[in-house]
Design a protein around this ligand. Structure first.
Ligand SMILES: C[S@@+](CC[C@H](N)C(=O)[O-])C[C@H]1O[C@@H](n2cnc3c(N)ncnc32)[C@H](O)[C@@H]1O
Length: 190
């Protein structure tokens, strides 16, 4: 949404809103929210659909290509407070888990989450850990998607591809670097 700085383009945001729209009730988890730019696209959809929106972020940045950018900002700004203020201004009711992705995943039962969107750590080891932690949490008709599946993030792409191949899943790409894992025509966003 215009106004909140971050890492999501408008067309990615529209796709992300469609990713959320198919879930009525249930639980939507976003891993990696930063100041809430991506969240601002799905928040109104979750509110309308009475979906529980959970944002997971330890607000410590990460050890990937954006590490220095995060560190500079975190040194001079309370980014978690900015996120919370941005959500309040948009009247987005969000449950915040200010902890690591893996700690947050352990809170959810297997098969319980309708949507998971991964935009936390982008290094291959973290992406692999996140996929292993969150994919089993998906409900039978649940979907897992993510951000930065593109040539600028070859390690992330390798990690996602290595996860899907032995499971008979496919990576269906949305605009720019968005993606969702699909098993067939049934599992598509929107
Ligand atoms: C690329 S930013 C998210 C951008 C956001 N989705 C947007 O639209 O602007 C990545 C975020 O993930 C968080 N993060 C990175 N690794 C994490 C981890 N393992 N657990 C929790 N949060 C993590 C960082 O603190 C950072 O806020």
């Amino acid at each position: 949404m215009k106004g909140i700085p971050g890492f999501f383009t408008e067309d990615e945001g529209r796709w992300y809103a469609r990713f959320a729209r198919g879930l009525v009730g249930g639980i939507f988890v976003e891993v990696g929210s930063w100041k809430g730019r991506s969240t601002s696209f799905v928040g109104p959809v979750c509110r309308a659909n009475k979906t529980r929106l959970v944002c997971v972020d330890h607000w410590q940045g990460s050890q990937d290509m954006l590490a220095d950018t995060y560190a500079r900002t975190l040194a001079e700004e309370d980014v978690e407070a900015t996120f919370r203020a941005n959500m309040k201004a948009l009247a987005i009711d969000v449950e915040v888990l200010a902890e690591s992705s893996l700690a947050a995943a352990a809170r959810f039962a297997e098969g319980s989450v309708g949507r998971v969107f991964l935009d936390g750590g982008h290094d291959p080891a973290t992406v692999t850990q996140d996929l292993h932690a969150w994919f089993p949490r998906l409900a039978p008709d649940g979907l897992l998607g993510g951000h930065d599946y593109d040539e600028k993030h070859p390690g992330l792409v390798r990690a996602v591809d290595a996860f899907v191949e032995p499971r008979g899943l496919q990576v269906k790409r949305g605009p720019r670097s968005t993606y969702v894992l699909v098993t067939g025509v049934k599992q598509r966003p929107g």
